[in-house]
Design a protein around this ligand. Structure first.
Ligand code: DON
Length: 305
């Protein structure tokens, strides 16, 4: 017998599946080739219970949902002050790929837009036998509670077409925000965007943030509380880019979207929510994902402010 939450999720999934607006990302061929009908919802509680409806085990690339986690790893590797020197914490109000750098210093507005995310990737350290990109992959895996892998197909496609991100990395190098060769930084950024996850993984990653950095399934402590607070603060003000104000007003949870169609939202101390549906709106956010988060926030009173 299904629980009331399971029945409720099944009901809104059925309703929202009828929405056919938006188009899957097409800036690289590897992302355009996807079934637009894929649609999954997962809700994971901080005590480790996961509710799932729809295409929750379908894999897709994490894309920009990688950014808060890499930012967390950079904070943990370098400390808050050193990271703040390189990346500000102000909403840019611009699109995710805008060149939102401070005049003079070149400091990116925040770690959720591509410029700040590239800087955050550059700040992650390698350690012993583990390269920077291996440490990023391991961190994402620890958050998801299972071993994740990189889609080489998407990675190669990003690398072949990501001229704007390459230009951004070179610009950041010219300001000394990135202090090393920009090419490996962009490669590692594309690798982190190309990590394959499913909707369930994202909900566990979200629940780990909701649970102050401790994975509710494995019990592993992955970030300090201050680092989690910082990540969630920046997700609150900047996670949805130029749609952040509307998102906070209607959904009221720190969140991050990705162009493959994933959305992750966090209700601190309670739940992690993830939705997967590839068709996107003009901001690069999943149309059904937004609708699902709004419905859940209204019906379950998840609005945290
Ligand atoms: O760097 C990029 O442009 C993509 N790999 C990721 C962008 C993204 O997911 C934006 N979020 N909605």
């Amino acid at each position: 017998m299904d629980s009331p939450i399971q029945r409720y999720l099944t009901h809104i999934h059925e309703e929202i599946a009828r929405i056919k607006d938006g188009e899957p990302a097409s800036y690289i061929p590897a992302l355009a080739d996807v079934d637009p009908n894929n649609y999954g919802i997962c809700l994971a509680t901080v005590d480790g219970y996961v509710y799932e409806v729809g295409d929750t085990r379908e894999e897709f690339t994490i894309q920009s949902i990688s950014k808060p986690f890499t930012y967390g790893l950079a904070l943990s590797d370098r400390g808050m002050a050193a990271v703040d020197e390189k990346i500000d914490v102000e909403p840019s109000g611009d699109a995710y790929n805008e060149i939102s750098l401070a005049e003079g210093s070149g400091r990116p507005s925040n770690a959720m837009i591509n410029a700040g995310a590239l800087a955050a990737t550059s700040l992650v350290k390698s350690a012993g036998p583990y390269s920077r990109s291996r440490r990023i992959l391991n961190m994402f895996s620890d958050f998801a509670g299972r071993d994740l892998a990189v889609s080489e197909r998407v990675y190669k496609s990003e690398l072949a077409h990501g001229h704007r991100n390459k230009a951004l990395a070179y610009l950041l190098r010219s300001f000394n925000i990135i202090e090393t060769d920009p090419d490996p930084v962009v490669e590692d950024y594309f690798r982190q965007c190309s990590v394959l996850v499913n909707c369930r993984d994202l909900s566990i990653m979200a629940a780990t943030l909701a649970n102050s950095g401790t994975n509710p399934l494995t019990g592993e402590d992955l970030l300090e509380i201050g680092e989690v607070e910082r990540v969630l603060s920046v997700m609150t003000t900047c996670g949805m880019y130029d749609d952040a104000g509307a998102w906070m007003s209607s959904v009221g949870m720190p969140a991050k979207s990705g162009v493959a169609g994933g959305i992750l939202a966090v209700l601190p101390g309670q739940v992690g929510l993830a939705v997967y549906s590839p068709p996107l709106d003009a901001h690069g956010t999943s149309v059904r994902g937004i609708e699902t988060c709004q419905r859940l926030s209204d019906d379950m009173e998840l609005h945290f402010v």
